[in-house]
Write a protein that binds this ligand. Structure first.
Ligand SMILES: [Zn+2]
Ligand SMILES: [Zn+2]
Length: 639
């Protein structure tokens, strides 16, 4: 971890920080420094006085410095090998680094190996990494002469008179820094992949080649990282979606629009049915609403003001403008308004699996995670101020129940509230906000849920509870939200007649448990590595006759399983039993039921479990009973 040192007045200022650390025997693991909130190279002169924080690989900024230096080394290697290549940018990212290159031909895996070798040479040479401050004009001339148009473009946008460059050997890059003191400080590295990336993420700009890499202070750390990465790649929902035939996103349809294949659709159907049943149990009412609506609805709701960039363009019907819905809420407001409501009617809880369409740039689309059309598990609770405390608690209980039902035991919970500054940008009165925050906080505390306050994370129309799922990649982790809304009830003029005979504005809460069904299924696929628990598995059991003379018995077993409501299939191909078992394993089928002479004679099946292997013979009735129990308890993934 970082450690903080005090610079004594008598110290030799102007000496490089690294030298100073060495003299004190404190240079081990040091990568960069920080003083007065400013990041410094270890080659930088020691500040006059005060505290100096020494950053190591355990610190985020230390790692970033490490990875950013590795990206410079990679760019230098690329420049040596392919002098015609133009350099764009090369930052550190959450888990490593990349550099974007404009080159006529995409890099091949062999190219990456060549680049790695060249990088090894640069590391071996242990070139000092020097910071050079220069006039902006001088830098413009320098990079212009070098034929680096992207650097020139970046420079032209920098308002400062002076800019910083970093130089190592024959390589100079425009860069804010900081960097490691020399190229030899990068110990173990690997180039991982190449992908196309638009300059500045803009589809109208040139397509660049992005090389991703990883670097670590030791070979062991690198190998550990690569092992984990491999594991994550195997769990990638896009890959598993293809291998298990769950869904696809063909280019023919356009970006970000998913097709749910039969097995994926079955998983989704099971989830949605479970969702509906649980809502009905809790006094929610199911509704359905259209996919498009007249422009005036989006004017009333305000979406055309504050959400226009997320909506797709107008379509005309009889010269009137319609829009595709980005959200379901306005429709639910109108259902509420279809009648005069009394306090006796409240709370009202509408729920819908509503498919919405939102604008996403093609550059950010990603499997089921970022799509242009997706189904939201939406609900709106409309109630009196007296009821809202219980309603929030009910919604929180429901959220916790749902996440646990799917096997997510570890959650990260946030109470998202206003930021202290910029109060003006929020809807609703201070009293509204205080009441809403109190409700959310009380609900969390009464359920003994550990949470973090997140100032500034509320949306403009109300505070919320955000629950994130642990055990899935951060980008997939979005879980339930419970969100106050001080905007829509007044925009739509929602009212109820109180016990006093007067009209009042009700309180409204948006609530999603799964968020987007599409993203939720994507996350589930990764969480379980495609091996769904029995209750969610599209195929729960596969009956495998050993030879043809066991076919009739196998069909009989299959019929009994289906009769009992199990999703079972038979493998009647003339392949070997071991081949069929292997294939069922690859398809992640929870149970394989082998039927041969002995089983036929005794009316049993030889049960194999996906994870546990051979479980021995069991009567068909026993197997059915046990499987049903496992489904009922939504048995966790390991059995
Ligand atoms: Zn840089
Ligand atoms: Zn809503």
């Amino acid at each position: 971890m970082s450690h903080v040192l005090e610079i004594a007045p008598a110290e030799r200022h102007g000496q490089a920080i690294l030298e100073w650390l060495k003299e004190r025997g404190a240079a081990d693991g040091a990568l960069a420094a920080k003083a007065g909130g400013v990041l410094l190279d270890l080659n930088a002169p020691l500040p006059e006085s005060g505290k100096i924080e020494i950053l190591t690989f355990d610190d985020e900024e230390g790692r970033e410095t490490y990875w950013h230096t590795a990206s410079h080394i990679m760019a230098q290697a690329v420049q040596h090998l392919y002098p015609q290549v133009k350099l764009a940018i090369g930052p550190a990212i959450a888990e490593g680094f990349y550099y974007d290159f404009d080159c006529p031909q995409p890099f091949t895996p062999e190219d990456l190996e060549r680049i790695e070798k060249e990088m090894a040479g640069i590391v071996q040479a242990d070139l000092p990494v020097k910071r050079i401050e220069m006039e902006k004009q001088k830098a413009l001339d320098f990079f212009g002469k070098q034929g680096q148009p992207y650097k020139v473009e970046i420079l032209q946008e920098i308002p400062d008179e002076k800019v910083a460059c970093y130089q190592q050997g024959d390589f100079t890059d425009l860069c804010r820094g900081p960097h490691l003191p020399s190229t030899g400080a990068v110990k173990a590295f690997k180039l991982l992949s190449v992908a196309g990336a638009y300059w500045r993420g803009d589809e109208r700009k040139p397509m660049l080649q992005r090389i991703y890499g990883a670097a670590f202070p030791s070979q062991e750390q690198l190998e550990e990282y690569l092992r984990k990465r491999d594991e994550a790649l195997k769990r990638d929902h896009r890959r598993l979606g293809r291998e298990l035939d769950l869904f696809s996103l063909p280019e023919t349809i356009g970006g970000g629009l998913a097709l749910w294949h039969p097995k994926g659709a079955l998983v989704r159907y099971i989830i949605e049915e479970f969702w509906r049943q649980e809502h009905l149990k809790r006094g929610y009412q199911l509704v359905f609403t259209p996919h498009i609506a007249h422009r005036r609805l989006w004017e009333i709701s305000g979406h055309l003001d504050f959400y226009a960039e997320g909506m797709y363009g107008p379509m005309m019907i009889e010269d009137e403008e319609y829009r595709i819905k980005p959200m379901n809420c306005p429709f639910h407001m109108l259902i509420y308004k279809s009648q005069l409501r009394s306090y006796r009617d409240l709370p009202i809880r509408y729920c819908e699996l509503g498919t919405v369409y939102r604008y996403e740039r093609s550059g950010v689309l990603h499997g089921l995670l970022r799509v242009r059309g997706f189904t939201q598990d939406d609900a709106h609770i409309i109630c009196t101020p007296e009821q809202v405390g219980d309603e929030v608690k009910g919604a929180l209980d429901f959220a916790l129940f749902m996440t646990r039902a799917f096997g997510y035991d570890e959650l990260q919970v946030y109470l998202s509230v206003r930021s202290d500054d910029e109060r003006g940008k929020y809807m609703g009165s201070d009293d509204d906000w205080a009441m809403a925050e109190r409700c959310l906080q009380e609900a969390l505390e009464s359920r003994e849920v550990k949470y973090e306050r997140a100032p500034g994370e509320a949306v403009f129309y109300g505070p919320k509870i955000d629950i994130r799922l642990k055990g899935v990649p951060a980008k997939l982790a979005q879980g339930p939200t419970i969100q106050f809304d001080f905007n829509l009830p007044s925009r739509f003029g929602l009212e109820y007649i109180g016990a006093d005979g007067q009209a009042h504005t009700p309180v409204m809460i948006h609530r999603a448990l799964l968020g987007s069904i599409d993203r939720f299924v994507g996350a589930l696929i990764e969480y379980y590595g495609g091996a769904f628990p029995l209750w969610l598995a599209p195929v729960q059991a596969i009956v495998i006759p050993i030879t043809e003379r066991h076919h009739d018995y196998a069909r009989e077993v299959l019929a009994r399983l289906r009769e009992a409501g199990l999703r079972a299939e038979g493998d009647f191909r003339s392949e070997s039993t071991s081949f069929k078992i292997r294939e069922a394993q690859v398809q992640k089928v929870p149970y394989m039921l082998v039927a041969g002479d002995r089983e036929q004679k005794e009316g049993t099946v030889a049960v194999r479990r996906r994870e546990a292997g051979d479980l021995g013979p069991r009567s068909v009735a026993d197997f059915v009973e046990q499987a049903k129990k496992e489904i009922e308890t939504r048995g966790r993934r390991n059995c």
